[in-house]
Design a protein around this ligand. Structure first.
Ligand code: ADP
Ligand code: 5GP
Length: 198
């Protein structure tokens, strides 16, 4: 009897990336996906307003509070949290689709969301992005110029408090240089995949 090639479908991995506002998560993620185009990104739902240039369905799915709460009520989020006064949530369906196809998928979520997922998803990889210093973090937040003064101050105060939460993550990566940080993250993901450990 002839047999076809054996096909093994390895499940994909959930990669949780957190870090204080302004540390460079979006910038590093962009670089990461340029280096590894097969990496999927979980587009979250949020009630915050789009920033200039942010496209609905690409940066986030922008929805109002009522719709968000209805989705939460129906159990459509893998996790959700209130961050800096807005609601943010990860679509369970979007994540499951990628994992079922054997694709690795990155969630860019805050420390509350990560803490929710940690005991519930086996084999997820938790990475925390750190700034080279608090002064540099403030410079980046001011330099990005997307928030008004009050919102920026809130984000900076929260950010400094959040730095301590990095201790709970498997890996802490310093975003000194975008390309270097992205390569370090890619190495972490590849070595976890190669080891096949959870
Ligand atoms: P986050 O997604 O964590 O809120 P962003 O990716 O929006 O942060 O980055 C915040 C600002 O810092 C942006 O202006 C970005 O260009 C800048 N930035 C990101 N990474 C670096 C880096 N390694 N060195 C210098 N500036 C950076
Ligand atoms: P921003 O408004 O700067 O895009 O994001 C603010 C914070 O919300 C960041 O810490 C980001 O990681 C977090 N965030 C974005 N999407 C989600 C999500 O789906 N769930 C949770 N828990 N946090 C999220």
């Amino acid at each position: 009897m002839r047999r076809g090639p054996r096909v093994t479908t390895e499940p994909g991995r959930l990669i949780v990336l957190s870090g204080p506002s302004g540390v460079g998560k979006d910038t590093v993620l962009h670089e990461l996906r340029t280096l590894e185009p097969r990496l999927r990104y979980s587009v979250s739902y949020t009630t915050r307003a789009p920033r200039p240039g942010e496209v609905d369905g690409v940066a986030y799915s922008f929805i109002d509070r009522d719709r968000f709460l209805a989705m939460a009520e129906r159990g459509e989020f893998l996790e959700w949290a209130e961050v800096h006064g807005h609601l943010y949530g990860t679509s369970e369906a979007r994540v499951k689709e990628a994992l079922d196809r054997g694709e690795d998928i990155v969630l860019k979520i805050d420390v509350q969301g990560a803490a929710w997922i940690r005991p519930r998803v086996d084999g997820a990889i938790f990475i925390f992005l750190l700034p080279p210093s608090e002064e540099e973090l403030r410079r980046r937040l001011v330099g990005r110029d997307t928030e008004d003064e009050a919102s920026r101050e809130l984000r900076f105060r929260n950010a400094v408090a959040e730095l301590a939460d990095g201790a709970a993550y498997d890996h802490r990566v310093v975003n000194d240089d975008v390309g270097r940080a992205a390569r370090e993250i890619l190495d972490i993901v590849r070595s976890r995949r190669a080891r096949g450990t959870s």
